[in-house]
Design a protein around this ligand. Structure first.
Ligand code: NAD
Length: 352
């Protein structure tokens, strides 16, 4: 019997190569007359073109949004938006540019138009995060959900394999956990499986440099669906581990996700059989965990925590942190099992 709650955040999605050229129409549709344009350094050329297309509607710019959304950067952006009486914020770039725009929206309630250039998926969620004093404050707020998202796969043309691969598998992690989430539902499961399938179809060509419009589009389409999954699904052991390890030992975000995902999936293999079937089907693989590991290896993404410079003696502490407070996961979380998972991830063993 179907019996579920599905929470959606309604946003306008404009998808296709070259669609950033429609940015002025989309800002107009939002009712924007004075935009603050925020971009990542790598998207300078796209931001310049967007500013030219917007003409006098682009009244202020910030180039070079950096990782982790520092509080000072958000305060500067808010001040600039107020100074120029902005009525909307545009973010062109990865999770960092979108993150600053979300910080502005949180304080000013200005609508966001996002043009993502990675697979992070932040543009689909109500999650914001601001770093300050060595820590990161995060929260959920409907005001930070972009009103319009332009997915233009052309923006990912310059994405190097070392960023594209981990960014894509990081996105996939949201869908993997959505498939066995406590609040899973048929709509979310369909979106999550579709996201994994599309990323798996597009990433190999993106990472070996042979991608055409179709492959680039599949990867971005997959990232869109995985962002949708992250927006409403509760996350389990994988995300808990990534935060415990990544946050405590300062490991790179997407790479940590990439390495741990096959092992977290393997951990849940008996407790979430439907999810495992869906993941394996989406990857066209014999097993969910093995399929994810093989995809990561094929696209040249890291597969062992030791390659990120983590000291093996920190694994005990990581297991303690990841098991100290209870949370939902299909397979009950026990320290011994988590410690074994971490050992396999440290050495980069393919899940059996
Ligand atoms: P990012 O925006 O910092 O981009 C990573 C790197 O890639 C940067 O050096 C950037 O300049 C470069 N880059 C971006 N697009 C490029 C392109 N097309 N070509 C070449 N280089 C390009 O980070 P990200 O990986 O997009 O996102 C990760 C961040 O987003 C993390 O801080 C994470 O916490 C956050 N995030 C937030 C949410 C949310 O819902 N709030 C969701 C996912 C990720």
């Amino acid at each position: 019997m179907l019996d579920f709650t599905y929470q959606a955040f309604a946003a306008r999605i404009v998808f296709g190569p070259g669609k950033i050229s429609e940015i002025a129409d989309e800002v107009d549709r939002l009712g924007g007359k004075a935009a603050l344009l925020i971009s990542t350094g790598s998207q300078r050329a796209a931001a310049d073109a967007a500013a030219a297309a917007l003409g006098q509607t682009c009244v202020a710019r910030i180039d070079g949004a950096v990782m982790h959304v520092p509080r000072g950067d958000v305060q500067n952006a808010v001040a600039l938006a107020r100074q120029h009486k902005c009525d909307c914020v545009i973010a062109i770039g990865g999770g960092s540019a979108v993150g600053v725009a979300k910080g502005v929206a949180l304080e000013t309630e200005l609508p966001i138009l996002a043009v993502p250039s990675t697979y992070a998926g932040s543009e689909m969620t109500d999650i914001w995060g601001i770093s300050e004093g060595g820590g990161k404050v995060t929260g959920r707020d409907r005001r930070v959900v972009p009103k319009c998202v332009i997915y233009d796969p052309d923006l990912t043309r310059g994405l190097p394999a070392r960023i594209a691969g981990p960014s894509g598998i990081n996105a996939m992690a949201h869908s993997v956990e959505a498939l066995y989430a406590q609040n899973r539902n048929p709509v979310l499961s369909m979106v999550a499986e579709g996201g994994i399938r599309a990323l798996a179809a597009g990433l190999p060509a993106v990472c070996d440099g042979t991608a055409d419009d179709e492959a680039r589009g599949q990867a971005v389409y997959g990232a869109f669906m995985c962002g949708l999954a992250l927006a409403t699904a509760t996350m389990g052991i994988h995300h808990k581990l990534c935060h415990a390890i990544g946050g405590t030992f300062q490991l790179p975000h997407a790479e940590t996700h990439t390495i741990l995902l096959p092992h977290a999936t393997h951990y849940n293999r008996d407790a979430a059989p439907d999810a495992m079937t869906a993941i394996a089907r989406a990857l066209d693989a014999e097993s969910a965990a093995g399929g994810i590991f093989d995809l990561a290896a094929r696209i040249g993404a890291p597969t062992a925590l030791r390659d990120l410079g983590l000291d093996e003696k920190n694994l005990d502490r990581a297991a303690d942190i990841a098991t100290e407070s209870p949370y939902y996961n299909p397979q009950p979380v026990d320290r011994e099992g988590v410690r074994a998972l971490l050992d396999n991830a440290f050495h980069g063993r393919r899940p059996a």
